[in-house]
Design a protein around this ligand. Structure first.
Ligand code: FES
Ligand code: FES
Length: 210
């Protein structure tokens, strides 16, 4: 048998259409990639997806009581993404530098990668998934992003939006410079800052009109 994995033996291809074969490879590759990502994440973060030492706690997330088992060293970003399935909160640096993981705790922006989950019991946690109205109407800052098409890859978008929403609670009518200072804890790897700032300023305007 040929050792080259790119060579498909005839007997394997018998009864398999080329189209179905390719679809199978794509599906398999996706599963493998996801598994690799999850494994890598758990290794890098020093956190296991489940295991000993977990305690059942209740969190107020997006106006809902969510129960889950967490470890004492588990970060809020980890809990949100991998325990509660709220993957809108992104993990970039995982060390309090990029702001991709920003969520609101009692209306104040925080890096969820650098907060232990068990310490936020009793606080109101708001993630990007909880911003829109229950009827589907987007938050004015989210609408500002759509109005201005403010991001390129958008990996940093959730963090910027959550930071802007928190900042606008303290300063609803900022200058562009003030907004830039308010968002200075968020980084964009695509370096799309000018467009992002324009989108956030449009969001502020939308909020004042709302
Ligand atoms: S992932 Fe939390 S600040 Fe970068
Ligand atoms: S738009 Fe790509 S990281 Fe910000």
């Amino acid at each position: 048998m040929d050792d080259n994995p790119a060579v498909i033996p005839d007997q394997v291809m018998k009864g398999v259409t080329r189209r179905n074969f390719i679809k199978g490879v794509i599906a398999g590759g996706t599963v493998a990639s996801s598994a690799t990502y999850l494994f890598r994440a758990s290794s890098l973060l020093g956190q296991q997806p489940s295991g000993l030492g977990e305690r059942l706690i209740t969190l107020n997330v997006n106006r809902q009581q969510r129960r889950g088992e967490v470890m004492k060293q588990e970060t809020l970003a980890w809990t949100l993404r991998y325990k509660l399935g709220l993957t809108g909160t992104k993990l970039g640096c995982d060390r309090a530098e990029c702001g991709a993981c920003t969520v609101l705790l009692d209306d104040v922006p925080h890096y969820s990668c650098s907060i232990l989950t068990h310490t936020v019991r009793g606080k109101k946690i708001l993630t990007i998934e909880g911003l829109a109205n229950p009827d589907g109407t987007l938050h004015p800052v989210q609408q500002g992003v759509i109005d201005e098409q403010g991001f390129q890859c958008a990996f940093c978008m959730s963090g910027f939006i959550m930071s802007a929403v928190g900042f606008l609670k303290t300063n609803p009518n900022p200058t562009r410079l003030q907004m830039a200072h308010g968002l200075s804890g968020n980084l964009c790897r695509c370096q799309d800052y000018d467009k992002i700032l324009t989108a956030m300023m449009r969001g502020a305007e939308n909020m004042r009109k709302a």
